[in-house]
Design a protein around this ligand. Sequence first.
Ligand SMILES: C[S@@+](CC[C@H](N)C(=O)[O-])C[C@H]1O[C@@H](n2cnc3c(N)ncnc32)[C@H](O)[C@@H]1O
Length: 200
Amino acid sequence: MSEERSAFDWETRFAADDTPWERQELHPAMLAWMRAGEFEPGRRVIIPGCGRSPELAFLAGCGLDVTGADLSSTALAFQRQALDQAGHDATLLEGDVLAHHPGKPYDRVYEQTFLCAIPPRLRVDYERALCDWLKPGGHLLALFMQKDVPGGPPYGCALDAMHELFPTERWIWPDDADFIPWPHPSLKGKPELAGVLVRR
Ligand SMILES: C[S@@+](CC[C@H](N)C(=O)[O-])C[C@H]1O[C@@H](n2cnc3c(N)ncnc32)[C@H](O)[C@@H]1O
């Protein structure tokens, strides 16, 4: 797949309910990170490209200060309704999250199939934005989509390319062996590699 997805493309997919990347359940990696103490109440967390994923309302319900950002107004309307129904609150930002400049840095970034959704030429901008968003010592909870076949989500994130993108001058990496693959239930089992990178 070579075409770039614009705001219109993503919005169209949500409006048509054509969203095969959705897991229909809380991500097991997020639950494992919760058990490991990554999501303590009061922490500020941003979910770039949150789409309709249920982790946003869940984390808000766990007492975190959550920001969700997406290009799609349909996805954000869904999130607002889910929050209202659950009686939780979160900040929702509509538009290009790469242009987001928070007044106050975040403790955590929860990255669930966002990097693989942006064109590779924007990855450098994303890495710079992540550095800007996270406080020193903040954690990027990364789910890098691994695939070597065409098809969604659009752009795979091989681990060697991720090492280049997130240089050790700015990021503390776990051992590669510590990354955990989580096969996706509805994308032909394509795995996301879960790992925590620490902002220096
Ligand atoms: C593959 S989907 C993942 C959605 C959600 N994280 C999930 O796992 O269900 C990628 C999401 O990123 C959003 N997106 C893509 N480019 C974006 C950008 N530049 N700024 C904000 N959101 C963007 C899309 O609208 C879409 O909701």
